[in-house]
Design a protein around this ligand. Structure first.
Ligand code: G3P
Length: 230
């Protein structure tokens, strides 16, 4: 399972990219708004805000040289197609994120036929994932955490989608999204997700284990002791 970072914060992406584990990035409107808010950036028009958004997407794509999902905000198929074309033109690595809906499916088919990679997002059922794959989406994003939030089983959803895609030979990649903790990552990998997109905090937590910390300290202490006894 590949690992993506689920953030629009360029500093976080830079740091994780340096670890050598990053295979891509996903963003969404909430994450872009959060990153710009945290950076204290203010805009005097929606056009200026959107221009900054596209600048960030391009910057991330140039940095990671791997798929970067950017969400189209239009709600009608024509608007999604026009926006999708513009986003895809920003950089060869940009993947257009569209919500699963009638408009999203229509736009997905048109963009996919033009060779644009689409990540169909806000997927909460296996049928939605099947529709996305049939509309030509390169990726589908089931939202694990939000499924868990309403008392269903997000990991089970990933497992069902995996089985359907395998049985019917569908090449659409499954991105486990809305990942909230390290255990979600392990479970998504075991359930057959192709990719997990994880928040920065979760990725950092994945590195750590108390026994690793203790082990490092013990090795260093033993080494120091041995040196003094030379
Ligand atoms: O990957 C989708 C993600 O950004 C949504 O996460 O935690 O808001 O459900 P969350």
């Amino acid at each position: 399972m590949k690992l993506y970072l689920d953030t629009a914060n360029v500093q976080e992406i830079r740091e994780v990219h340096a670890l050598g584990v990053l295979a891509g990035v996903t963003t969404n409107p909430s994450l872009v708004a959060k990153a710009l808010g945290e950076a204290g950036e203010r805009f005097d028009s929606e056009a200026a805000f959107y221009a900054r958004f596209t600048e960030i997407v391009r910057e991330i794509a140039e940095l990671v040289q791997a798929p970067v999902s950017a969400e189209a905000l239009a709600t009608d198929p024509e608007g999604m197609i026009a926006e999708g074309r513009k986003l895809a033109a920003l950089n060869e690595h940009v993947v257009v994120k569209l919500p699963i809906s009638e408009a999203g499916l229509r736009a997905c088919r048109v963009l996919a036929d033009e060779g644009v990679a689409v990540n169909m997002t806000l997927v909460f059922s296996a049928n939605q994932a099947l529709l996305a794959a049939r509309a030509g989406a390169r990726y589908v994003s089931p939202f694990l955490g939000r499924v868990d939030d309403i008392g269903w089983d997000g990991v089970e959803l990933v497992r069902s989608i995996r089985e359907i895609f395998d049985v019917h030979d569908l090449g659409t990649e499954i991105i486990a999204a809305s990942v909230r903790h390290p255990q979600h990552v392990t479970a998504a990998a075991l359930a057959g997700a192709d990719i997990a997109t994880v928040p920065y905090k979760v990725l950092k937590a994945m590195i750590k284990h108390p026994l690793t910390e203790i082990g490092i300290q013990r090795f260093l202490a033993d080494w120091e002791k041995a040196k003094q006894e030379l």
